[in-house]
Design a protein around this ligand. Structure first.
Ligand code: NCD
Length: 314
């Protein structure tokens, strides 16, 4: 069954705050129908002739390649820049002018940038739609969408799930609006982090305003047995002002078979990846591991976005 059609044509995707539950449900349903196309079992090139501009000013494997793969699966061509040194920014051109140029050369822009707010600025400057592919420690809406989609596919529904989010909740941009969106779907939240890397105050306040009270702790063992979903994040080394602070907490949480002894048998473990050492390799072979499937889900979800923003046809 499909949710009522939502008009995404020509829309920017800058923050999860711009999306309603109805919007998200629509995208998750559309992503589900994209799966055979994402695998290459069916073909839909209805967006042939369109161009995606991939502008990645920060490292990326999954987000960038899955945008590219999603585009190709829909017949969309891709032009991309991944090195500031390759662009006229290196000559002193402003970010806004660079966006204006890319805007003139393509039909939609996927932007990753180290500054929070860069995607909003780009969306204001660009005539064509801009999709935020991660802005600094701010937000990463397409990751949040694929995370919600992965939970729904694995668990059937999100309502009532007990979701434990662990790791660097301060700088980890994938979890900020994931937490907020999960409350929109009626999930119960627990945040596990060292005190110095707790979920930002404004995010917790927003969740409280909605009538939810996430439990916050630094002790993973205390909460693992109740979890339906364990969402693990990397400690975001590159965003630490002081490297010695990073060193102190770098390997603080490490998920292995030993600390999953008390976990539910149908617990799923997610991670936006890349992982460093937060999840032991032995977990990969267990039915708990959902992170590789989660990474694949980036393709159907980004296809759903490109398809609805550019007006594809089945
Ligand atoms: C994340 C990111 O870039 O925010 N990765 C991703 O997009 N899949 C997570 C991270 O870098 O830790």
């Amino acid at each position: 069954m499909h949710s009522a059609k939502v008009d995404f044509y020509d829309r920017d995707i800058v923050s999860m705050r711009d999306l309603t539950r109805k919007d998200i449900e629509y995208l998750m349903d559309l992503a589900e129908t994209m799966i055979p196309y994402a695998r290459g079992d069916r073909v839909n090139h209805s967006l042939k002739g369109k161009i995606l501009g991939n502008l990645f000013f920060e490292p990326s494997t999954r987000t960038r390649f899955s945008f590219e793969s999603a585009a190709h699966r829909l017949g969309i061509d891709v032009i991309d820049v991944s090195q500031i040194s390759e662009t006229s920014i290196a000559k002193g051109e402003t970010f806004a002018d660079t966006i204006r140029m890319v805007d003139a050369y393509c039909d939609v822009i996927a932007l990753r940038h180290h500054h929070e707010g860069a995607a909003r600025l780009a969306a204001n400057v660009s005539e064509n739609p801009v999709i935020n592919a991660g802005d600094g420690a701010g937000s990463h809406p397409t990751q949040t969408l694929l995370d919600l989609f992965t939970m729904k596919r694995s668990k059937g529904l999100i309502d009532g799930l007990n979701v434990v989010i662990v790791g660097d909740l301060k700088y980890g941009r994938t979890v900020h609006f994931l937490a907020d969106a999960l409350t929109m779907f009626g999930a119960k939240l627990t945040f596990v982090s060292p005190e110095s890397l707790q979920m930002p105050r404004d995010i917790v306040d927003d969740i409280r305003k909605k009538g939810y009270d996430p439990y916050q702790t630094s002790n993973l063992n205390e909460v693992i047995d109740e979890a339906d979903v364990l969402y693990v994040t990397r400690i975001q080394k590159e965003r630490f002002p002081d490297p010695s602070e990073y060193k102190k907490i770098s390997s603080i949480y490490r998920i292995n078979n030993q600390n999953l002894r008390e976990a539910k048998s149908d617990l799923i473990i997610m991670h936006p990846l890349p992982r460093i050492d937060e999840i032991a390799l032995e977990i990969d072979r267990t039915p708990h591991a959902k992170y590789f499937e989660q990474a694949f889900n980036g393709i159907p979800m980004r296809m759903a976005l490109l398809y609805s923003i550019l007006g594809g046809e089945m």
